[in-house]
Design a protein around this ligand. Structure first.
Ligand code: AMP
Length: 291
């Protein structure tokens, strides 16, 4: 398994793979790998002969009061997991991935005023900018992201289309613990009591999905089923529990009739730990599999 520290090294590697007729799949991460990331690597391995994993705790997507300094860094364990998953190259750029005087920002207008974008100003600019840099460093055929961060996946999908990156985006399902908690590098911050309380998030989403599967199309009724569960064991605070149009990002909470796939997104806090989860109502990602 190669380990590359500079964009030029991994660019040369990915180009030579492709010249040899091997497809390259990229899985971007911030490390602290768990089984959710492993499933993305497996997906990439299924699509491509060569898999590149990027590990970079990207400072520009953290707000000033967020956990950049204490974000978990588990390099040795990450390498073990990468090797076990059949990764061919790890790209772990040094901080000078952003050269001194770096100024350029890739932004998708509109995203900053909705949900995660509104709560975390500059977060999505940080994400799009770093992912654009990764796509220019690792010249890949396929990039795999997790549905776990659905708003991020929608944003990247928009950027890939708008800037014509010429790669296929695959969005892989959320991997959960046996009891339903979505795996996240930040779950380790939860106390055991809060870890147990946090199960209410996936249960609330499941209640709404069950309502929708039973044929309900009224957004308020679908949401009410989930919110009823959520308030039965309320998180310390709820940032949102809402329905989103995956294309326009419009909030659909008052839609009398859902006529196309929608995403139910939730964010809640336990102490200083924010948890995100979501569920899809319909095949939201179908168009994400770009030709
Ligand atoms: P991060 O955890 O921020 O490094 O995320 C790297 C990638 O892994 C992103 O595309 C995430 O959406 C994805 N990911 C994180 N958690 C999960 C999970 N539980 N299941 C599937 N993918 C995940």
């Amino acid at each position: 398994m190669h380990i590359f520290r500079t964009a030029s090294e991994i660019r040369a590697w990915s180009r030579s793979c492709r010249l040899n007729g091997q497809r390259v799949g990229l899985v971007p991460t911030m490390g602290a790998l768990h089984q959710g990331h492993a499933s993305l690597l497996t997906q990439a391995r299924g699509e491509c002969e060569m898999v590149a994993l990027s590990i970079f705790v990207n400072p520009t997507q953290f707000g000033p009061s967020e956990d950049f300094a204490k974000y978990p860094r588990t390099w040795e364990a990450d390498l073990e997991m990468a090797a076990a998953a059949g990764v061919s190259a790890v790209f772990a750029p040094t901080p000078d991935f952003y050269p001194s005087g770096y100024r350029t920002v890739v932004t998708v207008p509109g995203w900053k005023s909705v949900l995660e974008g509104e709560i975390r100003p500059d977060h999505f600019d940080g994400v799009t900018s770093v992912v654009a840099k990764l796509f220019l460093s690792v010249e890949c055929d396929v990039a795999v992201f997790g549905q776990k961060d659905a708003q991020q996946a929608l944003l990247i999908r928009r950027m890939v289309r708008d800037l014509d990156f010429g790669l296929r985006l695959v969005v892989a399902p959320t991997v959960r613990e046996h009891d339903g908690l979505a795996l996240s590098s930040r779950n380790r911050y939860l106390s055991s009591v809060d870890r147990q309380r946090a199960l209410v998030l996936s249960r609330a989403l499941a209640a709404s999905v069950a309502k929708w599967r039973a044929g309900e199309a009224d957004a308020q009724t679908i949401l009410a089923a989930g919110r009823q569960v959520l308030v039965s064991d309320p998180p310390d605070s709820i940032d949102y529990f809402t329905l989103l149009d995956p294309d326009s990002l419009a909030i659909l909470d008052d839609a009398p009739r859902l006529v196309k796939p929608a995403i139910l997104v939730a964010a809640a806090r336990y102490g200083s730990t924010r948890l995100l989860d979501n569920a899809v109502l319909g095949d939201v990602w179908a168009q994400g599999h770009l030709p």
